[in-house]
Design a protein around this ligand. Structure first.
Ligand code: ZN
Length: 125
C-alpha cells in the first residue's frame, strides 16, 4: 500500500477544490450543481465531462472516465497515486493558508436583544 491513511486522504480531498483543479486544464462552465466542459481525456466537441463539486468527483459520459481529485491528477499528469497525493496535499495546504473561512466570519451573538424583553409572569397582581 501507499502508507497514506484514509483520514489523511480525506483531509486532502476536502482541502482541494476539484473545480479549481480541473479548471486549470479544462474550461468549465457551471451547469446546475455541476460543472461541464470538454473532456481532456478524449476528443469531443460537445461537453460531456462533468465535475461535481459537492462530491468532489468528475465523470465523463463520453469515454467513461471518472473519480476524485487524485484520479484526475493521475490521469491528467500521468503520475502515480503517491505523486498525486503529494501534489494535492501541497494544493490543499496553500489553499488553507490563503483563505481562512473560520476567522472573521463568526457572527456576533446579539446579547443585547436577548435580555431586552423579560418574561411577564403575572407576579404584579
Ligand atoms: Zn471523456
Amino acid at each position: 500500500m501507499t502508507g497514506y491513511s484514509p483520514a489523511l486522504l480525506d483531509e486532502i480531498r476536502t482541502g482541494v477544490d476539484i473545480v479549481e483543479l480541473v479548471g486549470r486544464f479544462v474550461n468549465l462552465r457551471k451547469a446546475g450543481v455541476n460543472y461541464k466542459g470538454l473532456c481532456p481525456f478524449h476528443a469531443e466537441k460537445t461537453p460531456s465531462f462533468t465535475v461535481n463539486p459537492k462530491k468532489g468527483i468528475f465523470h465523463c459520459f463520453g469515454c467513461g472516465v471518472g473519480g476524485d481529485a487524485f484520479a484526475f491528477l493521475m490521469k491528467q499528469d500521468r503520475v502515480s497515486f503517491p505523486e498525486a497525493v503529494r501534489a494535492l496535499a501541497k494544493t490543499a495546504a496553500s489553499g488553507h493558508a490563503s483563505t481562512s473561512p473560520s476567522v472573521g466570519s463568526i457572527p456576533r451573538w446579539p446579547d443585547a436583544s436577548a435580555s431586552a424583553s423579560p418574561p411577564r409572569d403575572g407576579t404584579a397582581c
